[in-house]
Design a protein around this ligand. Sequence first.
Ligand code: DC
Length: 212
Amino acid sequence: MIVAIDGPAGAGKSTVARRLAGRLGYRYLDTGAMYRALTWLALVRGLPLADGGPLGELARENPIDIDEAGRVWIDATDVTAAIRQARIDRVVPVVARHPQVRSVMRERQHELAELGDAVIEGRDIGTVVAPDAEVKIYLTADSTVRAQRRTADRPEIGADALATDLRLRDESDAARMRPAEDAELIDTTQLDVDGVVARVEELVRERQLAAS
Ligand code: DC
């Protein structure tokens, strides 16, 4: 079974998806980490980020791997920590926007989804990558709360700068940020992680029963 979890930055996707995968014994796939890893490599190689062709080739030549421990690899380098830096946050939407990049990423994400039971997190999972996912969730949250959550993730950056970064990222990601028609919308503004995980797990269990 595939569980798709989409939504904007700071809505709680990663925490919810990781914990849910643990509870269900499913694999966890963070597709944002794939775009981040490619962005990291493009910066190392000094490629212009506005040019989709070379970035698509870079993606094809350097498949991203996420190992059992959840560590992210590209070009034989463990980039797990490096891809969470603010300098990556700021430019990753520029890289993620190119159709040449997205088609390579989607191919890889399809392959990983084909392996079976997984919780997949991203922006376009329920709509494009896994439109047949048995469970589709779209998490949202008030923008102030999302910015506060990001502040906890990135203590080195000021709250104002983070709120601006988040707004700019929302604008850049907007084209891909829409819930699938059959997604369950969950507003996490007032909910704690356990509450969201419990709700999604309930949906998964219902689906598992219906399918058995
Ligand atoms: O979820 P995140 O912040 O790690 O995502 C990083 C960037 O990648 C973000 O700008 C949105 C983009 N992204 C995307 O376009 N499609 C996905 N499936 C996942 C992430």
